[in-house]
Design a protein. Structure first.
Length: 311
């Protein structure tokens, strides 16, 4: 089914078993194959959603949504400090909204995901996803996808202006000096303000989070890999390919089962991400960033009074 064979054609894929058996059998009918697929995919969904994350050391968490003909699933992909990609979970909803994402992230936390150990979150820039991350994880570093940001900005521009703006955006994002890159993007936004205010506003929204990896000192192949949501979009493309023959999504359960089956199918084809040797450096940088964001503990009035008495 995941390879694209329909329930009607399943019998043709089997080895010959003899005419007598073919005439007597009932297990290859369209309904029988469908029931078997439903049962197997439900088992896979349960296995995916019950995976323990207590012993998983994540360096990166990626979130994105997939539209399935009127329905939506928010999916999560983890990247360990060894560079291994792991499908973490999914949640069904009518749209890619904050509530759906909060439920997904809360489920990950309940299964043992520890965001305080230092995890970089990569998003496509959706406000709902960003708000959910802030609510569940707090002030974790977030990297916005620069490819989504680039498309959003260019969509506000006429065709004749797009090549020059695209070149300036990519030049700034490729710079390893954070202050220089931030200044370049800010200057571009200021120049666009008069002629194309929509493009300027789109660029300024979440601008600093498009440079999070640069701010953390990550360069080279790892920066290129994590600056966009390509790793999770590759998994989502596998989901779309495996479910291409579905004509009608009947329920949320069907949406979850097919999506989980596609995610697990993609997992069998995963390779380590490009630039994985630098993931340990990223983990250390994220931990230092989190430590700098946490408030400094202060002494209580009682402790302060005791110190005065002792003196």
């Amino acid at each position: 089914m995941l390879a694209g064979v329909s329930t009607r054609r399943f019998a043709r894929t089997r080895e010959p078993v003899g005419q007598e058996i073919v005439e007597a059998e009932r297990s290859t009918s369209k309904s029988s194959v469908s029931r078997e697929f439903v049962g197997r995919t439900r088992e896979h969904l349960d296995a995916l959603m019950s995976r323990s994350l207590e012993d998983v050391r994540l360096a990166v968490l990626m979130l994105d949504g997939i539209e399935l003909k009127g329905r939506c699933c928010v999916v999560a992909l983890g990247i360990t400090t060894d560079g291994i990609k792991i499908p973490l979970g999914l949640w069904d909803g009518s749209t890619e909204n904050k509530t759906v994402t909060v439920h997904l992230l809360s489920d990950l936390v309940q299964r043992g995901l520890d965001a305080e150990q230092g995890v970089l979150v990569c998003l496509d820039g959706g406000k709902a996803l960003r708000a959910a991350v802030a609510e569940v994880f707090g002030p974790v570093p977030v990297q916005r996808c620069i490819r989504h940001k680039e498309r959003n900005v260019l969509d506000h521009l006429p065709e004749r202006d797009r090549p020059a703006v695209k070149a300036r955006l990519r030049r700034a994002w490729a710079t390893d000096n954070h202050a220089l890159a931030l200044d370049g993007l800010g200057t571009l936004a200021a120049e666009l303000e008069r002629s194309h205010p929509g493009a300027a506003s789109s660029l300024r929204e979440g601008l600093e989070e498009t440079l999070t990896l640069t701010r953390l000192g990550i360069t080279g192949n790892l920066k290129k890999t994590l600056s966009s949501t390509n790793p999770i979009e590759s998994m989502i493309e596998t989901v779309r390919r495996t479910s291409r023959n579905v004509k009608r999504w009947q329920s949320g359960d069907m949406c979850l089962r097919w999506t989980a089956a596609g995610m697990l199918e993609a997992e069998t084809q995963f390779r380590r991400i490009i630039g994985y040797p630098d993931l340990a450096k990223l983990a250390i940088a994220v931990e230092a960033d989190l430590a700098a964001r946490r408030p400094t503990p202060t002494s209580t009035p009682t402790e302060h009074t005791n110190l005065i008495i002792q003196v």
